[in-house]
Design a protein around this ligand. Structure first.
Ligand code: BGP
Length: 502
């Protein structure tokens, strides 16, 4: 037994459009629900105002950019004196060629990115797509393939066109399913034959509120109604994808950080199982094609009546479009004890055996191996780790160089545990995409200070900076990992002894 990974293993990184791409108001891009968010907080939807070059203000709604091009001279990030991170993000829209060249230099074989829905359908309900928006992704995919990098595409990453939120309350309505499928059809037609790996949604178990669901209501009944419609949309997209692109593989992504019972007290252990069910509920429905037995307990506790949204014929749809592979994000682990809320990770006692990041996330490489086994054991479908990484404060020198040994240590320890899960435990894992391979805007805090990348981007929390890309120390380290298919993770280590001691 060795710790050699399969030759087919894919190495790469991941980003999401609203955190990375920017290009607000360009190329016909319409308004996203995400565009109302200021530094991690949602402003009241539909009251965005744009500061014009002459100092006057104009109200912006979802159809504003369909009627006119982006006003010349307007600053793309300053609206009503607020900073809206999604508008510029880190300007991948203007740097994508240079960024892909850096990915190729690192030796990526896969790059996960998400589609800005409103770049393709600016309002979401048009009959014909925006050609300039499609071309942006066609060109990007071609560039990736020219560098032997496989695209892994998240169709929808926690957002939707603002117009669909206004018109249908987003995923509350079944009409949004049809609009989503229209987006999928265009993507499958135009880039489908070139792309094998797809994710229908990002972290479907963690989405919350208006931005991701498009509904202004956040009560559990509405939330699970939205989720059910997303389940249906995903199943239908998978069926369509399989028909249009034989050999394509579909997943949906789950936030799957690990949670342990705070003690061996049976009540704590049972609470951990209930907490786990809250996440497994999502992967069970989508990987297995039916609602799990314990859904009745979740619905009872949340006072949700599923008969209001699960209609005749839905069960057949769910069964006909199950996932081909199961993907998740993994960052940390947390503890739970009897009586804790079932909603939020990390509210419980801290784990005395683990270090934490500056943002209080507990660093737990073994937890990754645990989750990999847990997920593979449950579904016996290949898995793919599509997010993992360390959000840290980086101090760059005048050349943008960061000596990020702490990041290298975090990734090395997690990747070693990943290798053990694959080589020792026998988990079938297709690949690994490190989250935020280029520094980007944080999802939870809207900060730029929380950096994940192998590549430093010169930008601060308010969008100021040259946007220049520079390689950190971890860039060369990961290049070695890719070039040796993971062997360099074990430099100086007796791997036979590691296996024997396991
Ligand atoms: C996941 C999201 C990503 C990403 C990541 C890190 O939940 O899918 O979009 O941002 O978490 O989180 P944060 O940016 O809050 O550090």
């Amino acid at each position: 037994m060795s710790l050699k990974l399969p030759d087919t293993f894919l190495w790469g990184g991941a980003t999401a459009d609203f955190q990375f791409e920017g290009g607000f108001g360009e190329g016909g891009r319409g308004l996203l629900t995400r565009d109302y968010e200021t530094d991690g907080n949602v402003t009241t939807p539909r009251q965005l105002t744009l500061k014009m070059p002459d100092g006057s203000r104009t109200s912006v709604n979802s159809s504003f950019f369909q009627c006119q091009p982006f006003p010349e001279g307007a600053k793309p990030c300053i609206y009503d004196d607020q900073y809206y991170p999604s508008h510029q993000a880190v300007d991948g829209y203007h740097h994508w060629k240079e960024d892909i060249a850096l990915m190729a230099e690192m030796g990526f074989s896969v790059y996960r990115f998400s589609i800005t829905w409103s770049r393709i359908f600016p309002l979401g309900d048009e009959e014909t797509p925006n050609e300039e928006g499609i071309q942006f992704y066609v060109d990007m995919v071609d560039e990736l393939l020219a560098h032997d990098i496989q695209p892994l595409i998240t169709i929808c990453h926690d957002e939707l066109p603002a117009h669909l939120a206004e018109k249908h309350n987003g995923w509350e309505s079944r009409e949004t399913i049809d609009e989503y499928l229209k987006l999928c059809r265009v993507l499958f037609e135009r880039i489908g034959t070139k792309c094998k790996y797809w994710l229908t949604f990002n972290e479907i178990n963690a989405i919350a509120g208006y931005i991701a669901t498009g509904s202004p209501k956040t009560d559990p009944q509405t939330h699970y109604r939205c989720i059910h419609h997303m389940f249906l949309a995903s199943s239908k997209a998978i069926q369509m994808g399989h028909e249009m692109m034989p050999g394509s593989m579909f997943g949906t992504m789950y936030a799957s950080s690990e949670v342990y019972p705070a003690s061996c007290k049976p009540d704590d252990v049972f609470r951990r199982m209930q907490f786990r069910h809250m996440t497994q509920f999502f992967s069970d429905v989508m990987a297995q094609g039916y609602y799990p037995y314990y859904a009745q307990d979740i619905f009872r506790r949340l006072n949700v009546d599923p008969t209001e949204f699960i209609l005749d014929g839905d069960e057949e749809i769910l069964a006909a479009g199950t996932l081909d592979y199961v993907t998740f994000s993994y960052y940390r682990s947390a503890l739970i004890k009897a009586g804790d809320e079932l909603k939020r990770l990390g509210g419980s006692p801290t784990n005395p055996y683990l270090e934490t990041t500056p943002w209080g996330w507990q660093i737990d490489p073994v937890g990754l191996r645990y989750v990999m086994n847990e997920v593979y054991d449950r579904y016996r479908k290949p898995i793919f780790i599509v997010e993992n990484g360390l959000g840290a404060i980086d101090e760059a020198d005048e050349n943008g160089y960061v000596e990020d040994d702490y990041r290298i240590a975090y990734l090395r320890d997690h990747l070693r545990e990943m290798a053990k899960a694959i080589c020792i435990d026998g988990v079938e894992c297709l690949g690994y995409t490190m989250w935020g391979c280029f520094d980007l805007v944080s999802l939870s805090t809207g900060e730029m200070a929380k950096r994940y990348g192998f590549v430093y981007i010169d930008m601060d929390d308010k969008g100021n900076g040259t946007l220049k890309r520079s390689k950190k120390k971890s860039f060369d380290w990961f290049k070695q990992v890719c070039a040796t298919n993971g062997d360099s993770l074990w430099d100086g280590v007796d791997t036979d002894a590691v296996v024997a001691a396991d």
